[in-house]
Write a protein that binds this ligand. Structure first.
Ligand code: AMP
Ligand code: ZN
Length: 469
């Protein structure tokens, strides 16, 4: 199995630190809002990597954090006049709902930054003791970047270029730093912000330290795979390496995997341009499996453009797979013969080649686009070689083969009945009227009817909102 390693800039043969086991850390979202479809890309990609590893028989310990203390969370809390934890807990819950909709398995552990402060203080202490960090007059703790000889090895940056090239580092106004390249490990509290006591000052951690600490606690000093979006290579992952390797005295992660960005209509996705979609927005129009399928239709290291046309194409492609599976299920349920014939056994054996091909492209740095092609080749074979006279055993064998492959991609092949949006809106309106008339029994019946069809209603201050479960 080959994985492209950002550290070496090459595809490398995968060899885990412990035979049969894989330890994997994926940087998770900052929870101040509903996750957007860009955040969904690493979730789906690395969930698929995990599923493939599990298919190969590895025991995967998968850790993904929630950053639940951060300027954006504090700002959102201020705007609503609530505690920061109200915001972060709300969006962690919503994020987990979106993950479930996209068939992203829960991590083995989902640590939260605010619950790991003690570990962060311990690691910062170690870094100070080893001379890799220092305390400024106001209690801020900085990492002494130049002391870590390997700094820049992940992003392939040279320290001097960094210093002259990155103006923001020079004009940051933090004149208490020994060097403009130094970064914050701990910072003093500001009025009205959450804070924790520490040996240096009441305050909160810098952003990078949490991942070094959580990775060490849940996976150990050295891990197999560390992953995230490519924007995290510098400075976040570079700083994580500096912290972890200086503190632990051991190599941090063997393989560094980074997904390319998701763009919209060939432009960078951003709130200010108005070309910004949350996963929840998408769920109002599509089953989130379509979003997952769309994400997997491109190689993860290629930029991917989100557009209505491509989503429609993904929907239709997925439909072809579901149709084939449902057809086989129907034929199996109505088949008159139980026993597989010799000819059928031969055909079934032939389909191994699709699975082998699927494996070989997945083992070439997780080429999910080509893996989907193998699934379609199998679908074509199934459509061509099945009929009313096929035996139950043969049909079930084909279905198992298909579901093995779609299962690795995290795609389900059972048809979900889709209610058109207009019908949903009409039922919501009827429920509103029923409530107005105090006919709560009817209102509840409508809610339950929708729920059975996978539509979840939420009563909010702005009225009733709905999404597909
Ligand atoms: P954040 O909440 O910004 O820390 O992002 C969480 C994860 O989503 C990180 O791995 C980011 O690299 C990733 N991410 C954010 N925006 C995008 C995007 N447009 N395309 C792909 N990945 C993204
Ligand atoms: Zn991280």
């Amino acid at each position: 199995m080959k994985i492209y390693n950002t550290l070496s800039g090459k595809k490398e043969e995968f060899e885990p630190l412990s035979p049969g086991k894989v330890s994997m850390y994926v940087c998770g979202p900052t929870v101040y809002n509903l996750i957007h479809i860009g955040n969904a890309r690493p979730m789906i990609i690395f969930d698929t990597v995990r599923r493939y590893m599990e298919y190969k028989g590895y025991e995967v310990n998968y850790v993904s954090n929630f950053t639940d203390v951060d300027d954006k969370i504090i700002k959102a809390a201020g705007e609503e006049g609530v505690d920061a934890s109200v915001i972060s807990e709300r969006y962690i819950k919503e994020c987990k709902k979106d993950m479930a909709g996209m068939n992203v398995k829960p991590a083995t552990t989902h640590p939260k930054a605010t619950e790991e402060i003690d570990g962060m203080i311990d690691m910062i202490k170690t870094l100070i003791d080893k001379g890799y960090a220092y305390v400024a007059a106001d209690g801020t703790v900085y990492y002494r970047t130049r002391k870590f000889a390997d700094y820049g090895k992940l992003s392939h940056k040279n320290l001097d270029d960094l210093q002259s090239g990155n103006r923001s580092l020079l004009v940051s106004g933090e004149d208490q730093k020994e060097d403009p390249l130094d970064f914050v490990l701990w910072k003093p509290k500001k009025e009205g912000e959450p804070f924790w006591p520490s040996p240096w000052c009441d305050g909160r951690p810098g952003w990078h330290i949490e991942c070094s600490v959580m990775s060490k606690k849940y996976l150990g000093d050295s891990i197999d795979i560390h992953a995230g979006g490519e924007d995290l290579i510098f400075p976040h992952h570079e700083n994580e390496i500096a912290q972890s390797e200086a503190a632990n005295g051991k190599p941090f992660s063997q393989y560094w995997m980074h997904n390319a960005f998701l763009n919209i209509d060939n432009k960078k996705m951003s709130k200010s341009l108005g070309n910004f979609f949350t996963v929840r927005d998408i769920s109002e129009k599509y089953d989130l499996q379509v979003l997952r399928f769309f994400m997997l239709s491109a190689h993860y290291r290629m930029p991917l453009n989100f557009s209505a046309e491509l989503m429609e194409a993904a929907k239709n492609s997925l439909e072809r797979i579901v149709n084939a599976a449902e057809n086989v299920r129907f034929l199996a349920a109505n088949s008159k013969t139980a026993e597989i014939t010799d000819k059928e056994q031969q055909l079934l054996n032939e389909t191994i080649k699709y699975q082998k091909k699927f494996e070989s492209v997945m083992e070439d740095d997780f080429n999910t686009a080509d893996a989907i092609t193998s699934v379609f080749d199998l679908v074509k074979f199934i459509n061509l070689h099945t009929g009313a006279d096929s035996s139950k055993a043969y049909l079930n064998g084909l279905l198992r083969r298909l579901e093995t492959l779609t299962g690795i991609l995290g795609i389900e092949t059972l048809r979900k009945e889709e209610l058109p949006s207009a019908d949903i809106e009409a039922l919501i309106e009827e429920r509103k009227q029923a409530r107005k008339n105090k006919d709560f029994a009817r209102a509840d019946a409508i809610r339950n009817e929708l729920l059975e069809k996978g539509i979840v209603l939420e009563d909010t201050r702005e009225g009733v909102k709905w999404h597909r479960a």
